[in-house]
Design a protein around this ligand. Structure first.
Ligand SMILES: NC(=O)c1ccc[n+]([C@@H]2O[C@H](COP(=O)([O-])OP(=O)(O)OC[C@H]3O[C@@H](n4cnc5c(N)ncnc54)[C@H](O)[C@@H]3O)[C@@H](O)[C@H]2O)c1
Length: 456
């Protein structure tokens, strides 16, 4: 099939290479000139495991092209996916200006299609509030009388394993009104669904529903996952008070099939490009409809507090007065991990940024490392911190090691060699990468989440 993917960011790029991989002919569109230039050279503007290889493979085969011009491909396209950003507006709602701009532009180019062409299936893949399919329909209809149908197809990929999630989906949710739209969408995803079922008979599920329900499904999924994390972070704080170990509690409850083992990791609070803004958007929808969502308000509040957890532990350890501006003057810390989670370069709403603000604000010196996110952080905060290419060498002469992202290389680090470089064997681990009893036996003072500090 012929597919247009509009917006070549984390979602659009993965969708574009994913559909090319399953045999479709894809045109990726973006307004960012530098991004398209890079993509045409076969260079991915983002880090996502497996993306570079597929990008190269399908550009070479001709299955995948990139353009700045949305007119290209519209004459023959079966479907056009809208994958542009929906950032948070000041009032919390999702800002739909990019989505609507794309809808209008698509509408203006519809005259390039034959008069008797089958309807263009316009797919809202961006995460959008309930009612957006209707708004996109209206925006397009104002520009064209050619046939089209807007469907909702929320994206559930996880950064860091996005290619796998796209090619082997647990489920595909389609909100549409006609069998024709469903048939086109099924045709696009069939190979993905078959492959997913082959790997796991429980995977590759297909759900057709109306567009508003599909739109609500995406927000509800993110709200539920965020709620689990915030809940576990509160339980972790209580574990510290009562002398329990949240890691044991986690496996204890996760083995209950009614609960399940996923999204139970306590940590330094959730970040990323989706949960924070999607939760605010859902709260806004609830407010507009006179419906309270108190559990979600609590989820957001718990997370706001949790993002300071490492800074709090550092301050307490060094006996700093809360609110003091120079309580950490003369201290040098190494920070391992900047991305909001491992296997991505995405720093949107990353906890590490708040931690840096906090510690630098109190006079500390920071040397930071990440396997992929350092250029993005440097572009955001410049020389506020020092950047280390070698995460082991960075430890030389530092007062303590802080961990904010769960890159596996950190967990596999030689802790004896780390200890030799540090001034003191002190670690603040926001990801619970190590067991407290092992750390204690090796002479560390070890602070983590939801377990009592050891070695003090
Ligand atoms: N990142 C994720 O993990 C994820 C997962 C599921 C859903 N989503 C949702 O998908 C959407 C996109 O997210 P993202 O992370 O890919 O964003 P992104 O910012 O990485 O990418 C958006 C891209 O759209 C381009 N763009 C903006 N206006 C355009 C226009 N008029 N025409 C063509 N291109 C245009 C931008 O230049 C950018 O490259 C959001 O709604 C997000 O909530 C994201």
């Amino acid at each position: 099939m012929q597919v247009m993917v509009i917006g070549s960011g984390y979602v659009g790029l993965v969708a574009a290479v994913g559909f090319a991989e399953s045999g479709h002919s894809v045109i990726g569109v973006d307004v960012d000139v530098a991004k398209i230039k890079k993509l045409r050279q076969g260079i991915s503007p983002i880090y996502e495991p497996g993306l570079d290889e597929l990008l190269k493979k399908h550009q070479e085969s001709g299955a995948l092209k990139f353009t700045l011009d949305m007119q290209e491909g519209i004459a023959v396209a079966h479907a056009a996916f809208i994958c542009v950003g929906t950032p948070q507006s000041e009032d919390g709602s999702a800002d739909l200006q990019f989505v609507i701009a794309v809808a209008k532009e698509l509408g203006r180019h519809m005259h390039l299609r034959a008069k008797d062409a089958k309807p263009l299936i316009v797919v809202d893949k961006s995460t959008v509030p309930v009612g957006t399919a209707a708004k996109v329909t209206a925006a397009m209809a104002a520009e064209t009388d050619q046939a089209f149908e807007v469907v909702s197809n929320p994206e559930f990929l996880r950064e860091g394993c996005a290619i796998d999630d796209f090619l082997l989906p647990d489920r595909v949710v389609i909100g549409c009104r006609t069998d024709y739209a469903e048939a086109i969408m099924k045709g696009l995803y069939q190979a993905h669904l078959d492959a997913a079922r082959k790997r796991n008979p429980e995977g590759g599920k297909w759900f057709r529903m109306d567009p508003p329900s599909a739109e609500m499904t995406k927000y509800t999924a993110n709200a539920m996952l965020a709620l689990r994390i915030s809940f576990m972070n509160e339980i972790a704080a209580l574990c510290e008070k009562v002398g329990a170990d949240v890691d044991f509690v986690k496996v204890g409850i996760g083995s209950d099939h009614r609960i399940g083992k996923y999204f139970l990791n306590p940590g330094p609070g959730f970040g990323g490009s989706c949960f924070p803004k999607d939760l605010q958007a859902l709260l806004k929808i609830a407010r507009e409809n006179g419906q309270s969502l108190r559990s979600l308000e609590a989820t957001v509040e718990v997370n706001r507090h949790q993002k300071q957890v490492l800074a709090r532990k550092v301050r307490e350890h060094y006996g700093c007065v809360t609110g003091a501006t120079a309580g950490l003057a003369g201290k040098r810390f190494v920070l391992w991990g900047l991305a909001f989670k491992a296997h991505t370069d995405d720093i949107r709403e990353a906890m590490a940024l708040e931690l840096i603000e906090n510690l630098v604000g109190q006079g500390a010196e920071l040397i930071v490392h990440d396997f992929e996110a350092m250029p993005n952080v440097k572009a955001r905060i410049g020389d506020k911190v020092r950047y280390a290419e070698d995460f082991m060498a960075a430890c030389e002469g530092a007062d303590a090691l802080l961990i904010a992202t769960e890159w596996p290389q950190y967990q596999q680090a030689d802790l004896k060699a780390v200890a030799e470089r540090l001034k003191a064997k002190v670690m603040f681990d926001g990801r619970n990468l190590f067991r407290p009893e092992t750390m204690k036996a090796e002479g560390w003072i070890y602070h983590s989440i939801g377990r009592l500090p050891v070695g003090l």
